[in-house]
Design a protein around this ligand. Structure first.
Ligand SMILES: *[C@@H]1O[C@H](CO)[C@@H](O)[C@H](O)[C@H]1NC(C)=O
Ligand SMILES: *[C@@H]1O[C@H](CO)[C@@H](O)[C@H](O)[C@H]1NC(C)=O
Ligand SMILES: *[C@@H]1O[C@H](CO)[C@@H](O)[C@H](O)[C@H]1NC(C)=O
Ligand SMILES: *[C@@H]1O[C@H](CO)[C@@H](O)[C@H](O)[C@H]1NC(C)=O
Length: 300
């Protein structure tokens, strides 16, 4: 009898777990998402199906840049879309995660990119969803699974190429891609794009001119462009100091981190983690120059 009682107690939470919204209410660091789901009426939708819900913590909402918070919270249509983006139908647990797999979001036409990264500090693996790290995993509810994540996920606004083309400060990068006839490539390749601003290209142009170096040759331009693209999808949560292969014939870039700033070679990441349908884009403040141009710039 005593043995049976122990077994019964152990089983109670599994058998009598609450719904997704009930489980969410049991956590004390997810009050904002809970209130937003309730306020938009999406709480009833969540509990009317079988879903996996990715719940940004309260700290994640607090960390949203003011402008993004205003846009999302100030417009019911956008708010519903962003909230809906945080769910997928059916079961997804950390054990189901594979690097670069995509989950079909409940938000029509949008996918959530899963990445599995290695924590360089202790060798453990962790999961991100569009760059948001799972901080509490696999909370089982009667109608699905709940994971707490450390960022609010924003639905990607298009491919890497689309993000570059839509940006007002990347006209020179776009021109370079267009000139190389690589639009389709940047729409479909999977990876990480470091996107130098127009100001960065101007600085490089002046430096080259001062040294009397011309890079008006298609092969060199292509090499410089491809040097900005990593073979892996590296969100900042999964990034680490070290070298990464690029699409420029395996030439590597060096990532270093000083305090909270991230450098790619000599370039500073000024805006990180812009999700694209085919990877991630980080805006950098100077152009990455592979050899032999890098040395030519110094000694030429
Ligand atoms: C709720 O917050 C308290 C401290 O504020 C913490 O000790 C406790 O572990 C939290 N509970 C959950 C379920 O996270
Ligand atoms: C959800 O919103 C309704 C009003 O629409 C309110 O009556 C209810 O108390 C709210 N529930 C929670 C858990 O906040
Ligand atoms: C809310 O956003 C949608 C989609 O961007 C837009 O069509 C609509 O005009 C916006 N509504 C308001 C009140 O700004
Ligand atoms: C990093 O932070 C420490 C402590 O805040 C500071 O002393 C140091 O100068 C910083 N390093 C750089 C390169 O900014």
């Amino acid at each position: 009898m005593k043995f049976l009682a122990v077994v019964m107690v152990a089983l109670v939470p599994l058998v009598f777990g609450g719904s997704l919204m009930e489980e969410l209410a049991l956590l004390n660091d997810t009050t904002i998402i809970r209130d937003l789901l309730n306020a938009t009426g999406l709480d009833a939708v969540v509990d009317s199906g079988y879903y996996t819900l990715f719940a940004p913590s309260d700290a994640a909402f607090a960390a949203l840049p003011d402008e993004a918070a205003k846009t999302i919270l100030g417009n019911a249509t956008i708010l519903s879309a962003v909230l809906t983006f945080h769910a997928t139908q059916g079961i997804f647990r950390s054990m189901d995660a594979a690097n670069n797999m995509k989950l079909k979001s409940v938000l029509a036409g949008s996918d959530i990119r899963v990445n599995v990264y290695n924590d360089v500090a202790d060798g453990s693996l962790f999961v991100t969803l569009n760059g948001a790290k799972v901080t509490k995993a696999n909370i089982q509810a009667t109608n699905g699974y709940l994971h707490v994540i450390d960022r609010v996920m924003l639905p990607p606004m298009g491919s890497m190429y689309d993000l570059v083309a839509a940006s007002e400060v990347h006209t020179l990068l776009k021109a370079l891609i267009d000139e190389q006839k690589l639009e389709d490539f940047f729409r479909t390749v999977t990876g990480t794009l470091f996107a130098p601003t127009d100001a960065a290209f101007q600085v490089l142009g002046e430096a080259l001119a001062a040294k009397g170096i011309t890079v008006k040759n298609s092969v060199a331009e292509r090499e410089i462009l491809m040097y900005h693209l990593l073979e892996q999808v590296v969100y900042s949560a999964g990034g680490h100091a070290g070298t990464y292969n690029t699409f420029d014939q395996g030439n590597q870039v060096t990532v270093s981190m000083v305090n909270s700033t991230v450098m790619i070679n000599q370039a500073l990441v000024v805006i990180g983690d812009l999700s694209a349908t085919n990877g991630v884009l980080h805006v950098i403040d100077s152009v990455l120059v592979p050899e032999p141009w890098a040395t030519a710039l110094i000694v030429g």
